[in-house]
Design a protein around this ligand. Sequence first.
Ligand code: 13P
Length: 256
Amino acid sequence: MKKYLFVGNWKMNHTLEETRKFFEVFLEKIGEVDLSDRLIAIAPPFTSLYYASSLVKDSPIKLCAQNAHFADRGAFTGEISPLMLREIGVEYVIIGHSERRHIFGEKDSLIAKRVEGVYKFGLTPILCVGETLSEREVGQTLEVVERQIKRGLEHISELLPERLVIAYEPVWAIGTGVNATPEQAEEVHSYLRELLKELYGERAREIRILYGGSVTPENVNSLMSKPNIDGVLVGGASLDPQKFLSIVSIRVVKEV
Ligand code: 13P
């Protein structure tokens, strides 16, 4: 059975000392959570990633990077290679986050190369897609996410479904306190599911599609009750170990 996936994206937050404090609390309590149907990953900033790898070594917590280059090495100032990430035990890499797209100008073509590189070196890309508020207001949501998916995956022709994760993160919901309603999210997730089936066949059922954007301990249950929401990508609420613990420990009850 496909396990749910809960990912905490710390973005540019937490020094080494704050990382230590987070894991001190989080790892002490995570043993009480039933993890039989779920995976949990945390994406610290690069400076904390190696340190975090030593802290989570004997725990079920998986490590995620917030970006990666596509080559194994070379003259790419400011970039980190998938090989370097694999060496320290990273398993997942967020690619094409809306902050990379909108603040740093990453385009679908670059994102597609990053997805390919990460996949090729044995890591699992978490490809993020999502529309802006103005795109939603003019009814372009499905068109925008379809383009981002098709272009972002253009170099991945064959696929192990457990080795790809999609995150639907509407830009207007990120860091705003306004989450997509479970119905709005499910509409996009089911559209993405059909799209992935067109691309990869029936096994696309096994691809995890996460929702991200103002997820909190209060709204996570209703979001996770939707049939095509296989997990969540959490920003702000993942910085606090208690809040993230209450998110990852919910009992998931799917609507029938
Ligand atoms: P928030 O949960 O802070 O809205 O951030 C969502 C996000 O961008 C996760 O990648």
